[in-house]
Design a protein around this ligand. Structure first.
Ligand SMILES: NC(=O)c1ccc[n+]([C@@H]2O[C@H](COP(=O)([O-])OP(=O)(O)OC[C@H]3O[C@@H](n4cnc5c(N)ncnc54)[C@H](OP(=O)(O)O)[C@@H]3O)[C@@H](O)[C@H]2O)c1
Length: 288
């Protein structure tokens, strides 16, 4: 048994070496191209089982690692200048986005998550969005109606958080839930509430896009899902929206899926003071 494990370990290590070598020669190589490359260079790897069972996940893990290293290198200067504002101090009220996404920024499929249940990510989401910066305060979660619909009945509204749902209609529920007609209405609603802690936008696609374009939302907590999943819902590309990588934890395996907890930030714009009226901030026409 041990011998067998050792052999698998050796094959994985050798395979990972080939992936790293291939990606260093062509960082945008697809898995199919990689497969042809390996078979041409090392006929010993001409084995479907390796490619179908082991190879794909190793390949995507290394793609993830490589992209991450590139981002860390290119962001090192901006992250050092913003490091004081990027620390996730639990005592600071923040306006942030919490999301799990694939490398292609896929976030959803057929009204649910594209991946199997990721317990570590669920735990992270719960603690990040629930723990308020000050005792006796409640954090706010803002979401679109379809994201609301995707939460199992027994878990909604999300407990110990003020839930704000954006919809053109009404939702039937009891508890700590407000419905509003637009993203800017959601922020206006937050301004009318008392004892609010941090404000987290938790999806879906359009709500993420609105928050990422808004000057108050200077931080993104991204769970990188380092495996390919079919998706039909996508968030905007983070770096194109002006965010830079602050930090990324090591890969961990969650239900056979390699994931990484990362934090992105963008320079803060006009300071948001607690309970400042929403109207004082200039919005682009999309919020009109
Ligand atoms: N990976 C993740 O972290 C993550 C997080 C959240 C959700 N998801 C996934 O994403 C999918 C749901 O996202 P989605 O993008 O399809 O839908 P969504 O944003 O959750 O909901 C869309 C709906 O919200 C309302 N809405 C949103 N923005 C609005 C605005 N600015 N003005 C007016 N109404 C607005 C509309 O509701 P009405 O139609 O009622 O008017 C719209 O149809 C699901 O698959 C879910 O599992 C993934």
């Amino acid at each position: 048994m041990t011998d067998n494990n050792d052999a698998v370990g050796l094959i994985k290590t050798a395979f990972r070496g080939l992936v790293v070598e291939a990606l260093s020669s062509n960082k945008s190589m697809t898995y199919a191209e990689f497969r042809s490359y390996v078979i041409a260079a090392s006929p010993g790897f001409e084995n479907d089982e390796i490619f179908n069972v082991l190879g794909r996940s190793i390949f995507y893990e290394e793609c993830c690692n490589m992209k991450l290293k590139e981002q860390q290198a290119s962001d090192s200067s901006s992250s050092s200048s913003s490091s004081s504002s990027s620390s996730s101090s639990p005592t600071t009220q923040e306006y942030a986005i919490v999301v799990a996404a694939t490398e292609n920024y896929g976030i959803g499929l057929k009204g649910g998550f594209p991946w199997p249940r990721l317990k570590k990510d669920v735990d992270f989401f719960k603690s990040k969005t629930t723990e308020p910066p000050r005792a006796s305060h409640l954090n706010v979660v803002i979401m679109g109606r379809k994201t609301w619909d995707s939460i199992p009945l027994k878990f909604r509204p999300l407990s110990d958080r003020i839930n704000i749902v954006i919809t053109s209609s009404e939702i039937t529920t009891s508890g700590n839930v407000h419905t509003v007609a637009s993203f800017v209405d959601a922020l206006t609603k937050v301004a009318t509430l008392t004892n609010t802690g941090s404000v987290y936008v938790i999806g879906g696609a359009r709500v993420y896009a609105d928050a990422m374009a808004h000057p108050w939302f200077t931080k993104i907590y991204l769970t990188r899902v380092c495996k390919e999943f079919e998706c039909d819902t996508f968030m905007p590309r983070i770096r194109e929206m002006g965010y830079r990588l602050d930090q990324c934890d090591d890969l961990v395996i969650d239900n056979d899926v390699p994931i990484q907890f990362c934090v992105y930030s963008k320079p803060s714009q006009p300071e948001k003071k607690e309970n400042e009226p929403v109207q004082e901030v200039e919005h682009g026409s999309k919020w009109g």
